[in-house]
Design a protein around this ligand. Structure first.
Ligand code: SF4
Ligand code: SF4
Length: 287
């Protein structure tokens, strides 16, 4: 089963929840420890909770077109086909703008003069290694100044091949843009982490809309729960989103997280609570 943990905004405690779920499942004993994938490639921080020992590193890049002006007739077909305006013909010059290029290869394939070759433009790395409780930890890291995180997330996704009975937990980037959609692709279940505030609810609505568009079964975890927030309850009820777990707003939890601990380390009973929630999700039950 592939579970994506996401939130419409940063700072909801998404990574705390995702890593705590991983540790909870790792403590189950009846299944292999999960694979954990940190897809927040611009600012990955799940390693701070799960403490992996990275043993493998693989560079990731995209193929950027290179135009041979000696062969180019400046017909403009490459510019026509490029959806990202990353290649343009200006008079007798064909220009490539690498920062805009998504490496889709369309211009190379469609150039009638075979005037385009490609070069690899490195954009980051993916890393892998064992973490706490035997968790198989992977993460992507986007190079500073590179605008394209989706190819790294896709590379991470492609390399996930779980063993029978092994759960995959993907920690999505915050927000609702392309990298989040890339992380959600192929998910069997989506956990949306929110907090009971107007801001939390606003961003939950956006994330739930993305989930609905993608057709992924979804449940909600309320973090820093400090009592009933009727607007949130009403939204979840009317949208058919079960609230699977509530993490109370407690000083001991906040202090533990500030020290780099996750919920299972701070209060071990959360291991069982996350396992119960997982089994509820697997059985397709509503809270
Ligand atoms: S499609 Fe090929 S020949 Fe035409 S402008 Fe582009 S690079 Fe030049
Ligand atoms: S590879 Fe794709 S995105 Fe890049 S310039 Fe060519 S058509 Fe545009």
């Amino acid at each position: 089963m592939r579970i994506v943990v996401a939130s419409g905004k940063g700072g909801t405690g998404k990574t705390t929840i995702a890593t705590s779920l991983a540790l909870g499942l790792a403590g189950d004993g009846s299944a292999p420890p999960p694979i954990f994938v940190d897809c927040d490639v611009e600012a990955p921080n799940a390693h701070l909770f799960l403490k992996p020992l990275f043993e493998q590193s693989q560079p990731i890049g995209i193929m950027i077109p290179v135009v041979d002006e000696a062969l180019c007739t400046h017909c403009g077909k490459c510019a026509e086909v490029c959806a990202y305006h990353a290649i343009a013909v200006l008079g007798q010059k064909t220009l490539v703008f690498p920062q805009l290029c998504h490496g889709c290869g369309s211009c190379t394939a469609l150039c009638p003069e075979k005037a385009i070759s490609e070069r690899l433009d490195p954009i980051g790395v993916i890393e892998r290694g064992p973490a706490l409780e035997g968790i198989d930890f992977r993460r992507g890291l986007l190079d500073v100044g590179k605008p394209m995180s989706v190819p790294i997330i896709r590379a991470l996704q492609k390399q996930v091949t779980p063993r029978p009975g092994q759960t995959v937990i993907l920690d999505a980037p915050p927000g609702t843009s392309c990298p989040v959609v890339a992380a959600m692709q192929g998910a069997d279940y989506l956990l949306l982490v929110t907090e009971p505030t107007p801001f939390g609810l606003h961003d939950l609505r956006l994330a739930a809309e993305v989930a609905r568009e993608l057709g992924i079964p979804t449940g909600v975890i309320v973090n820093r729960d400090n009592g009933p927030y009727p607007d949130l309850e009403t939204f979840c009820r009317s949208s058919g989103l079960p609230i699977l777990l509530r993490i109370p707003f407690e000083r001991a939890i906040a202090e533990g997280i500030a020290q780099g601990k996750n919920l299972v380390e701070i209060q071990p009973e959360y291991g069982e609570r996350f396992r119960q929630m997982f089994h509820q999700v697997v059985r397709g039950e509503k809270a």
